[in-house]
Design a protein around this ligand. Structure first.
Ligand code: PMP
Ligand code: GLU
Length: 401
């Protein structure tokens, strides 16, 4: 039977595929250490769970408004005002099924065939695929490793053409672990300012995971009057509150964008799960949860520093210190094209390297290929210190052989 041609240009998510492969091996009894998917190993804070359980028991099991309940949208608006200095009204917010669905729906709402979307590389695997599904054309701008993978204003300016419709900004960033300082964002904003028909998609899902005294800010907060109508601010509860499985994301932007997204969503998913709405209210209105968020952030910071130091000490690996999110992204150029481990297999790029490491050292890494850097691998440090040491010990021993 026929399958749609639109899928011919799209790859499966490598982050999810690696995680699934590691889980399948574990099921067969193989002791795999996984640095695969970026998801916190912590549990969702109790009060958030309780809010959903209470709502479920109270019978909140019916359809809700497509863009979210008034209470959930108000709680998000309050959070964005309090924490991000963004002044969205509840009707300028739509809740979707995770950050992924928020981004995808937003792209579907604004892109026409042939529209170019500037994506700084390394990039999260799903951006280009979502852009292509929406008919757009990804245009990559390669961040330099000696600038912590950040792109410069001159690089951004050089990538703009009459077809450019959107630029994606992700700070802190997956997979580079880098974070743009507000001054660096301002310099990029100065380039985009005259281009009044270019959207900025600001993916802020790692905003609370920031280390080493680094700062960043919301794009639209750089200058609210200037950017409020040209920015889509995307966020989710997945990373900050260890809620990856709940699937709660949202987009804030001008009313016309939110109305267009609402139209699409009303024909696809409708509202997110009804009894998750009160969990949003709880997450964003219970001040005690700040302690949980900070505790998780501190743990990620310690792990990030530890794994970065350990990986850099392995001959042949080189990595930039992460200042945000929970990823390290080492350059493995020094161990390519030479015999590896007892079987002496040779990898010419990251995909082969990751396969050898998984098969022989039982460590799951994500190849950098689908992040735009085929000589790099990504390790998520959203896993315990014990796992980090176990996995890095294996990697080190294997590469030394
Ligand atoms: N943006 C980035 C940069 C991501 O790494 C991810 C992966 N979690 C998402 C968006 C999607 O988040 P969610 O899990 O809420 O769909
Ligand atoms: N975003 C996380 C990652 O990059 C979760 C998996 C996914 O959705 O890609 O690993």
């Amino acid at each position: 039977m026929q399958l749609a041609q639109r899928l011919d240009v799209v790859a499966e998510s490598i982050t999810l595929a690696v995680t699934a492969r590691a889980a399948a091996l574990r099921k067969q009894g193989v002791d795999v250490v996984s640095f695969g998917a970026g998801e916190p190993d912590f549990d969702t804070p109790g009060p958030i769970k309780k809010a959903a359980i209470d709502a479920l028991l109270a019978g909140k099991t019916k359809y809700e408004p497509t863009p979210g309940t008034p209470e959930a949208r108000q709680a998000i608006a309050d959070k964005l005002s309090r924490h991000n200095h963004l002044h969205y009204k509840p009707e300028e917010i739509i809740v979707s099924v995770g950050g992924k669905h928020s981004l995808y729906t937003a792209f579907m709402a604004v892109l026409n065939p042939g529209d170019e979307v500037i994506i700084p590389a390394p990039y999260w695997v799903s951006y280009p695929e979502m852009v292509k599904l929406a008919g757009g054309v990804p245009v990559f701008v390669k961040g330099q490793e000696n600038c912590d993978f950040k792109i410069s204003p001159a690089q951004l300016a050089a990538a703009i053409t009459p077809k450019t419709r959107m630029v994606i900004i992700n700070s802190p960033s997956n997979p580079g672990g880098h974070t743009y300082h507000p001054a660096e964002l301002s310099a990029l904003a100065a380039v985009l300012e005259p281009h009044r028909d270019i959207w900025v998609c600001s993916d802020e899902i790692y905003e609370r995971l920031i280390y080493a005294g680094q700062q960043t800010c919301s794009w639209a907060a750089l200058n609210w009057d200037l950017w409020k109508d040209r920015t889509m601010t995307c966020n989710c509860l997945s990373k900050t509150y260890a809620m990856t499985g709940w699937r709660i994301g949202y987009t804030a932007g001008p009313r016309s964008l939110i109305a267009a997204m609402n139209k699409l969503q009303s024909q696809m998913t409708s509202n997110i799960t009804s009894f998750c709405m009160p969990a949003i209210v709880e997450a964003y209105s219970n001040p005690n949860l700040e302690q949980d968020v900070e505790k998780m952030r501190e743990a990620f910071e310690a792990r990030g520093l530890h794994i970065w130091k350990r990986l850099n000490a392995i001959p042949g690996l080189k990595c930039v210190r992460p200042t945000g999110a929970f990823y390290v992204f080492p350059d493995i150029g020094g161990v390519l094209n030479r015999p590896l481990g007892p079987s002496a297999q040779v990898a010419t790029q990251a995909v082969e390297f990751c396969k050898i490491i998984l098969d022989e050292a039982h460590v799951a890494l994500v190849p950098g290929t689908d992040f735009g850097f085929p000589d790099h691998v990504r390790l998520s440090f959203a896993t315990s210190m014990a796992n980090i040491d176990k996995g890095v010990d294996r990697l080190e021993a294997f590469l030394k052989r």
